[in-house]
Write a protein that binds this ligand. Structure first.
Ligand code: PSU
Ligand code: MN
Length: 298
């Protein structure tokens, strides 16, 4: 195998036990230390309670690990030399013997290649607000087009162009399925004006839809939209004002490309006095919980 599973993940694969994959950029640059490590430990506990193995995916010194030990997580959570690795950069990272945190695009590719069927994240990447001038659209969308996986998220980060991202997801043939919601969630806020065509109330039904997709020959992902719990959300208007200011700052600092997402997450956390971080942790854990429940239904 090109990838290196941990002992726990290998056992789970061999014995057909439920596994939930997790990207590691959310740990490396999505949250600061020590909240990132704390989030990871709580994610492991959540999965353990449901008898599911959590497989966080990262590249450590050129080796692609599926399932991390505590030292590896500490490295990803603290070391500034860890690269943000999207799907196209997996080979470069291996060749250079480098360490890299995986995004949705790389982690979903690796997860699917080792036979994992369910994947959780906070929010997927999407179409950036100034797409017309920058052509900045996340590789995550292309990966979702070509990776048969159940991906659980709380929408796309609200500093993206949500409407255009939804259009791109349709163009790429990615199935959208609300989980107990009729609207496309906005990451920090649980509702939006974008109506979802279909929704389900049970984890079993998510798996049924996925199996019918696969049986019909579809090779794309099933994107499950799981809104942030209402008690932890930030009202849309409040967060939008802050986001506008952060985007303005980003432009004046000439931050572009893959640095934009980490910069905005950090700046929004600062401007909300870490309320956005609490919201991010809450929704990410909620997605781990649902992902684990879905993994048990296969
Ligand atoms: N969701 C979060 N925090 C994050 C990300 C998503 O709550 O840090 C990361 C994911 O790894 C996602 C990536 O794949 O941002 C998208 O980056 P870009 O826009 O550069 O494609
Ligand atoms: Mn980008």
């Amino acid at each position: 195998m090109k990838f290196t599973p941990s002992k726990q993940v290998k056992d789970a694969i061999n014995n057909n036990k439920p596994i939930l994959a997790l990207e590691s950029t959310i740990i490396a640059s999505g949250m600061p230390y020590p909240q990132n490590k704390d989030f990871y430990n709580r994610a492991v506990e959540t999965c353990c309670r449901l008898d599911v193995v959590l497989a966080a995916i990262a590249i450590i010194d050129g080796i692609v690990h599926v399932g991390l030990d505590q030292n590896q997580v500490e490295h990803i959570a603290t070391d500034d030399a860890v690269n943000k690795i999207s799907k196209r950069e997996i080979g470069v990272c291996i060749q250079g013997g480098l360490s890299g945190a995986t995004t949705v695009s790389s982690a979903s590719h690796i997860a699917s290649a080792v036979g994992i069927r369910v994947f959780s994240t906070g929010g997927i990447g999407g179409v950036h607000k100034d797409y017309q001038s920058t052509l900045d659209m996340s590789q995550d969308l292309y990966s979702l087009r070509e990776t048969p996986l159940v991906v659980v998220c709380s929408g796309v980060k609200s500093f993206l162009d949500v409407g255009r991202t939804i259009e791109a997801l349709e163009t790429f043939g990615v199935t959208l399925l609300g989980y107990k919601t009729r609207t496309f969630p906005l990451f920090y806020s649980s509702q939006s004006s974008f109506v979802l065509p279909f929704f389900v109330d049970k984890a079993e039904d998510v798996v049924r839809v996925f199996k019918y997709n696969v049986a019909s020959g579809l090779g794309s992902s099933l994107l499950v939209l799981n809104p942030v719990p209402e008690s932890d959300q930030i009202p849309e208007q409040t967060i939008n004002n802050i986001i506008s200011k952060s985007i303005h700052k980003m432009k004046s600092k000439r931050i572009i490309g893959k640095e934009t997402t980490p910069f905005l997450l950090k700046d929004i956390a600062k401007e909300t006095k870490n309320k956005s971080l609490d919201t991010n942790i809450s929704l990410a854990l909620n997605n781990v919980r649902l992902g684990a429940k879905i993994a048990r239904c296969f």
